[in-house]
Design a protein around this ligand. Sequence first.
Ligand SMILES: *Cc1c(COP(=O)(O)O)cnc(C)c1O
Length: 215
Amino acid sequence: MGVNVEKYKEIKHYLDAKEVTLVAVSKIKPVEDILALYNLGQRDFGENYVQEMVDKQAQLPKDTRWHFIGHLQSNKVKYIAPFVHLIQGVDSLKLLQEINKQAIKCNRVINCLLQVHIAQEETKFGMNETELREVQQQGSGLSNVRVAGLMGMASFSDDEAKVRGEFRELKRLQSLVSDHWSLEILSMGMSGDYRMAISEGSTMVRIGSLLFGAR
Ligand SMILES: *Cc1c(COP(=O)(O)O)cnc(C)c1O
């Protein structure tokens, strides 16, 4: 068990050639596993529980870049605001406003991605096109957040055409809503579908189980 070093190197090599950023999703995995990848040069790590991310951040080198990749409750933003590198799951104007407020308190600008609901599954968080436009219009004046792109999760499905269609939809929305902010990041693709996501324009993939083993 533990980290799959060979797989890491193989994936990293593939992504570097395509200039795609790897976020190693380390949720539930121990600090030693994160450190093993850190020592190979990996800096971007993704977590989706606030308390877990805060605990791990305290134990790892300060130049580790922490990505919050899950659903974030507004009342918990304050715990990660001092150090978070990229909040990938902004799914409401209210949350974006709270991030701005906490960022002001920390005297920093926090990078965010807007999460879009592209899967047909009910359980996945994210905004639809109308909500995305609203956030773009009403959030563009916030001083201490920088919206750097979009994030989406495709359906867990063997139906390739369906998954591909969902990635295309996210890419389409990126070009539609990019007038206020320059949305250069397109975060899509996980262990099971990252190659397809990249072929559809992904610039950042979030990979967990291929690197750290099943959860
Ligand atoms: C857990 C998680 C991932 C990584 O999933 P794997 O299938 O283990 O690669 C990616 N993105 C989000 C939002 C996640 O919650």
